[in-house]
Design a protein around this ligand. Sequence first.
Ligand SMILES: Cc1cc2nc3c(=O)[nH]c(=O)nc-3n(C[C@H](O)[C@H](O)[C@H](O)COP(=O)(O)OP(=O)(O)OC[C@H]3O[C@@H](n4cnc5c(N)ncnc54)[C@H](O)[C@@H]3O)c2cc1C
Length: 356
Amino acid sequence: MPMAPGEPIEADALVIGAGPVGLWQVFECGLLGLHCAVVDVLPAPGGQCHTLYADKPLYDIPGLPASTGQDLVDRLCRQIQPFAPSWHLGQQVVALQRRDDGRFALTTSEGTQLLGRCVFIAAGVGAFLPRRLPVEGLEPFEGRQVFHHEAPPTSAAGLHLVVAGGEDEALQRVADLCDAAEPPASLTLLHRRDRFDGADPALAARLAALRAAGCVQVLAGQPGGLEVHDGRLTALQVDTPEGGPVRLPLDQLQVCLGLSPRLGPVADWGLAMARRQLAVDTARFETSEPGIHAVGDVVQYPGKRRLIVCGFHEATLAAFAAAERLRASPVLLEYTTSSKHLQQRLGVLPGVTNPS
Ligand SMILES: Cc1cc2nc3c(=O)[nH]c(=O)nc-3n(C[C@H](O)[C@H](O)[C@H](O)COP(=O)(O)OP(=O)(O)OC[C@H]3O[C@@H](n4cnc5c(N)ncnc54)[C@H](O)[C@@H]3O)c2cc1C
């Protein structure tokens, strides 16, 4: 893929993925004097912990008898603060190439270009992208009349609105729209059936009350096609359980079907794969391309377990391997308890020697 014009942002190490393992990678690199740039398609760090179980407890992080997914992410973010990584959130990494000078050039979906001396792929189970409605022809209307997680830029006042989905996010969106100072002209919740078993009971009860009050109607069915007039999306055709298609007029469609991970471009960079994951060695956690390491859920090796603590170990060894390769000499093991050098990097002793 050609590089877009613009000055690339330089860092020692490029970290793809800001899940727990990508965050720990920043820490281990920072201790070894490598400054990181971190890219994630999500608008906030935390990967699966943030997206899939922010409020749920986990009990197998050493030294943390219990924490929630989000609490762990917040702690990791605090821990890497001394190393001041450059953050590039809300952007998917779409291309990664080695340049003639040996450095790696990374391009994101927003056109950001990063240059690094080594790369750590911590892409987990893939980039978390919004699930789309399986209707052909909707894509050209995205950002104009069709919205996923992003809030539409203008108010919904006076619009015929359809919210698609049946879980908490969709029910919460409906409640918010009904509570808005200027509510829409009409509001329909489109879900494959007229049941909301998976939703939070309080939200399901609120939906029932809003239906009874006539603020929202529920249409059970699957969208099968769309109507377009003068370049505008005007209606969805919905196949209902009762049979015949129903015409659902709309000005705006808000799709709340959650996120699903897709490995996407990571699988297309020519790196050796094992069981659809990146193959790595277990001493350096390096892929088949020297200088590109991979850690966390995205890797496969004999005995691999998809646990955060395993990812932390992988990131630690990968950082040492990268530092040794870049310095072309062994890196001495130092302890944070006793090394003034490391304590300076951590900012707990004066005379900080962090890379900027
Ligand atoms: C419900 C649930 C409960 C769990 N409970 C536990 C537990 O109790 N203990 C435990 O140890 N583990 C648990 N796990 C597993 C744990 O969450 C994973 O092992 C961990 O999140 C892996 O971290 P990671 O950083 O490798 O990947 P992820 O957390 O998946 O993060 C990867 C990040 O990379 C980003 N990304 C991917 N591709 C791209 C790209 N091309 N461009 C930009 N960004 C990209 C993604 O958006 C994502 O944010 C649980 C998992 C689930 C689903």
